[in-house]
Design a protein around this ligand. Structure first.
Ligand code: RIB
Ligand code: CA
Length: 350
């Protein structure tokens, strides 16, 4: 750990808001990014890997290792969502093909190896389906105590689903993986935690992430910080274009159209950046310890995350579910940090 920063592993299915989360992490002085792992979800695993490498290159972080894992969920067929994130997964944005390839390591192996090499130090933030994490913990059951903490963007704990009436996308794509992860982290799970149970994972569901609404006014503010127009173009003859602001603008243009059509507002839920921000600063959310499980058999409810808020099951809590989020502080931080990174990368003095 350097200068009080948080060593993190990021697992994603880059997609538009995953890309914004990666930019936020690269722009955050309190984020010590150790590696990024990818799996299929919003788009195919190959597209996720390409997008992830290209976004890290855009942010000047080609030093960060990127590994790919499963190309399909544990059991059910892969379903992607080009209608939400665009055919390539980054909306209307276009990025140069990345100048490097993914690691030769499988994502699950990378998670295990990094956690074992730095026991109790790394926070793993999952921003997509939990396929690779499930594989990793099946391969290494001690992973919950080898990691310092697990932070998950996933589930809906009172809110309606965004993929089925009761299921959130990251869980709906691979509910079996979520079940493996929840059981692995449970105090009454398959491992005898002699040194005490693992720290409960922090779960950020739609209940809080749909409060993180990025609007056109936020894009205007970000561009102002970056010293360019909202579309990334230069201001005046002496101004300079900002590739990062251009990327955010073009990626979100697609996402804004999607949310206008399906959620009735011009803007976007930026689920993943909020989860990443909460991993770096848990004070952004308030939580309740609760027992969570996932429905696997229901004809109507497969993929539903069920929170036992009133203790009917009599099982020990296995998760800290976020119930509120300080979205105003998060959005201010997002704008300041990503705008600052954009200014730095385009050589604009601040
Ligand atoms: O339900 C929101 C989640 O699904 C986000 O991680 C988004 O990127 C999609 O993967
Ligand atoms: Ca995602």
């Amino acid at each position: 750990m350097t200068n009080g920063s948080t060593p993190i592993l990021i697992d994603c299915d880059t997609g538009i808001d995953d890309a914004l989360a990666l930019l936020y992490a690269c722009a955050s002085p309190d984020a010590d990014i150790r590696a990024v792992t990818c799996e299929a979800g919003n788009v195919t695993a190959a597209d996720v890997a390409r997008n992830t490498l290209a976004v890290l290159e855009l942010a000047g972080r080609s030093d960060v290792d990127v590994a790919v894992g499963r190309t399909v969920p544990l059991l059910q067929p892969l379903v992607t969502t080009p209608e939400t994130h665009g055919p390539q997964g980054i909306g209307d944005a276009v990025l140069p093909p990345p100048g490097r390839s993914v690691s030769s390591r499988h994502a699950a192996d990378l998670i295990i190896e990094e956690a074992a090499a730095h026991p109790g130090e790394l926070t793993l933030v999952t921003l997509g389906p939990m396929t690779d994490l499930a594989l990793a913990v099946l391969r290494e059951p001690r992973l919950p105590v080898l990691l310092r903490r697990l932070v998950v963007m996933g589930g809906a704990y009172g809110a309606a689903g965004n993929t089925t009436p009761v299921s959130e996308w990251n869980v709906a794509v691979d509910p079996d993986a979520m079940a493996v992860v929840l059981r692995a982290w449970s105090p009454d799970g398959p491992v005898d935690w002699t040194a005490g149970p693992p720290p409960r994972p922090l779960l950020l569901g739609l209940d809080v992430t749909e409060g993180a609404r990025y609007l056109p006014t936020h894009q205007e503010r970000l561009a102002h910080v970056a010293g360019c127009r909202a579309d990334g173009s230069a201001i005046g003859r002496d101004g300079v274009d900002s590739p990062i602001v251009r990327f955010v603008h073009d990626a979100l243009a697609f996402y804004f159209r999607f949310h206008e059509r399906f959620d009735g507002f011009r803007g976007a839920f930026i689920h993943d950046p909020l989860a990443l921000a909460a991993a770096l600063d848990p004070g952004l959310v308030t939580t309740r310890a609760v027992t969570v499980d996932v429905e696997l058999g229901g004809a109507l409810s497969r993929g539903q995350t069920v929170a036992d808020w009133r203790g009917h099951w009599g099982r020990p809590p296995n998760a800290d579910v976020a119930v509120t989020a300080d979205v105003a502080t998060f959005l201010d931080r997002f704008i300041e940090r990503v705008g600052g990174l954009a200014a730095e990368r385009s050589g604009v003095a601040r």
